[in-house]
Design a binder for this molecule. Structure first.
Ligand code: ATP
Length: 232
């Protein structure tokens, strides 16, 4: 579904991604792990089009998209749940969700029902301002908002950040359920063990380069990954 071919991305003279090549196949959960500043967020932002590619290609369903504007990529089927959630605090949960569907012309009642089925607490709190939600609930809202665009590919940036273990489990269980329902997911996490445990495949990023790739379980068992990212 998604293929990056020698993708480079930079902030002025700071090169954040060097020749990154990776693939996400339809129906997979692919985890991107690596320490702080490795380039994980930059990679997602370059795929969604919020950050321009300096060079290289991004193929989505076989077509190059690296020159397309972000909103066009959303229309093609790519939606991102950003790092730090970035929900609109004063707006209600329902209005935040409606914003995720703003590009769609057709009614989105079915999608809303699916989001509420995945995260029932959002239905309960639909009239409440987003800023009154707990951190975990705001994370659910950020994912729900991305799902409202009815994407084919969901980009998730650090969904477990700052959450208590029980909530991390809940969020990742929702990701697994999305996959079971046919979603394709590119998941960025500093919590490497949790991410690789649910991923079909994973890539390890270090200072903007892919240094390891493999099946989620194989990476979890890899001594280098265990030492560098799992503290084992
Ligand atoms: P984190 O988990 O902290 O978000 P990350 O793996 O997602 O880390 P990025 O945020 O993509 O890493 O950062 C990659 C590199 O790009 C780092 O060296 C970072 O300092 C730099 N960088 C990120 N955003 C900017 C920016 N807006 N301006 C300048 N440099 C940036």
């Amino acid at each position: 579904m998604l293929a990056l071919d020698r993708l480079c991305s930079a902030y002025g003279r700071i090169v954040a991604l060097h020749d990154v090549s990776l693939a996400v196949k339809t129906g997979e959960i692919v985890a991107l792990v690596g320490s702080n500043g490795a380039g994980k967020t930059t990679l997602l932002r370059t795929v969604s089009g919020v950050q321009p590619a300096a060079s290289g290609r991004i193929l989505f369903e076989g077509a190059p998209i690296e020159r397309l504007e972000a909103h066009v990529r959303v229309a093609r089927g790519i939606a991102q749940s950003p790092e730090g959630r970035q929900v609109f605090g004063p707006l209600s949960v329902a209005d935040n969700l409606a914003l995720g569907a703003y590009r769609r012309r057709s009614p989105h009642g079915d999608t809303l029902a699916r989001v509420f089925d995945l995260f029932p607490v959002l239905k309960e709190k639909r009239h409440i301002p987003a800023m009154s939600l707990s951190g975990g609930q705001q994370q659910m809202l950020a994912i729900g908002r991305a799902l409202m665009a009815a994407p084919k590919l969901l980009l998730l940036d650090e969904p477990s950040l700052g959450l208590a273990p029980l909530l991390v489990d809940q969020i990742l269980a929702a990701v697994v359920r999305l996959k079971a329902e046919g979603m394709t997911v590119l998941l960025v996490e500093q919590n490497a063990s949790a991410a690789l445990a649910i991923a079909d495949r994973g890539y390890v990023l270090e200072t903007g380069r892919v240094v390891l790739e493999g099946a989620g379980a194989a990476l979890l068992a890899d001594p280098k990954v265990r030492e560098a990212y799992l503290g084992l």
